[in-house]
Design a protein around this ligand. Structure first.
Ligand SMILES: C[S@@+](CC[C@H](N)C(=O)[O-])C[C@H]1O[C@@H](n2cnc3c(N)ncnc32)[C@H](O)[C@@H]1O
Length: 343
């Protein structure tokens, strides 16, 4: 892989992940075939289009209840565009309500941006490169499995000194290995959130601070703006060591087969909630995916669809796919939904 040639010295874990996932030549997210059954991992929109339908109805509910009939959606990290397609198809079904909307996508990968443009050609969508200057009223900012795809750093304490995980190339063996490097300054933001003395390990996304700041600015721009994000993760003051590589739905080695394996982690929602609060966003709701989807009517929708599905085998498939999204020992509990707004 070309990034191997770029390696002269050791680099931090997040820089390594960023190269492995996003380098334009042969990064993991610049390749096809990573999603779905035949790929490396599966996300909710691939399991059932009912996931997108429920989100579409939830979005409509947010605005129509307030008698707002003109709104925007900004989706960040849209992958192959399945969620967008399901949401837009669902909007088209509501012929008796007159509403207008803009659908905007911000996507980091050039390859997936192209895929989205192909898949969503019949819809009126705008792509933007950066959310920093995004200013719209009546707007939902939406993402599914975005933050777990952000590169992460790992820091840990040993004998009262802090160390950071780096990756270096062992040129003799021609393979990558981890090295721990003593760091002088621990990162400022943690001091604002945690008494550092009580922490021994930190795994976080260095891009998250800016990301939450940008989202908070969008939320502060209009009290009707709402951020909703779905991801796997946990809610705990203490950070966990959750980094993992995935290849064909199985755990893989983070340091080998670079560019062909996904490198991901569980999101610490406690930390993200704290970051929103630092940005003066205090209206934050946090649910399991199961709670959110059930409260938003997924079982009612499932029964409707089953009623119109004649074939018993297809009925069973529908039932099992929704069960996978909501059941406690599948995606229902591990996946969380964070919803934030100004008021
Ligand atoms: C795990 S995939 C999820 C794709 C899709 N949302 C789904 O549920 O199938 C993560 C997506 O986020 C994109 N991405 C990662 N970091 C991003 C960023 N900072 N801004 C925009 N997109 C990003 C990736 O390129 C990829 O399309």
């Amino acid at each position: 892989m070309s990034i191997i040639k770029k390696f002269k010295n050791k680099i931090t874990l997040d820089k390594y992940i960023n190269l492995a996932l996003y380098n334009e030549q042969d990064g993991y997210y610049e390749k096809k075939g990573i999603f779905g059954k035949s790929g490396d991992f599966i996300t909710s929109p691939y399991i059932s289009s009912i996931f997108g339908e429920i989100i579409a109805v939830w979005i409509l509910d947010q605005f129509i209840n307030k008698k707002i009939y003109n709104f925007s959606i900004l989706e960040i990290g849209a992958g192959e565009g399945y969620l967008a397609k399901d949401i837009l198809n669902t909007f088209e079904k509501f012929k008796n309500i007159k509403f207008k909307f803009n659908y905007v996508i911000c996507e980091k990968s050039n390859f997936y941006k192209k895929q989205q443009k192909n898949k969503l050609y019949r819809f009126n969508i705008k792509w933007i490169n950066n959310i920093k200057n995004f200013k719209k009223k009546n707007c939902i900012v939406l993402s599914n499995e975005l933050i777990d795809a952000f590169p992460i750093k790992q820091l840990f304490k040993n004998n009262n000194a802090w160390y950071e995980k780096y990756v270096k190339l062992n040129s003799k063996l021609n393979k990558f290995e981890f090295v721990d490097v003593k760091i002088k300054k621990s990162h400022q933001v943690f001091k604002k959130i945690y008494p550092l003395k009580k922490l021994n390990f930190i795994e976080y996304e260095p891009d998250i601070e800016n990301f939450v700041k940008n989202i908070s600015n969008i939320l502060k721009f209009d009290s009707n703006n709402i951020f909703i994000t779905f991801d796997y993760g946990y809610n705990s003051r203490d950070f966990k060591n959750t980094i993992q590589a995935l290849y064909k739905h199985k755990n893989a080695n983070i340091l080998t087969n670079i560019g062909n394996v996904d490198i991901t982690h569980l999101v610490n929602f406690y930390y993200i909630k704290k970051l929103f609060q630092l940005n003066k966003i205090n209206n934050i709701n946090y649910h399991t995916q199961s709670e959110f989807l059930i409260n938003s009517g997924i079982n009612i929708r499932l029964n409707q669809v089953i009623k119109y599905t004649k074939n018993k085998e297809n009925q069973k498939k529908l039932y099992l796919s929704v069960e996978r999204l909501i059941s406690k020992n599948k995606m229902g509990e591990l996946f969380k939904v964070l919803i934030a707004s100004k008021n």
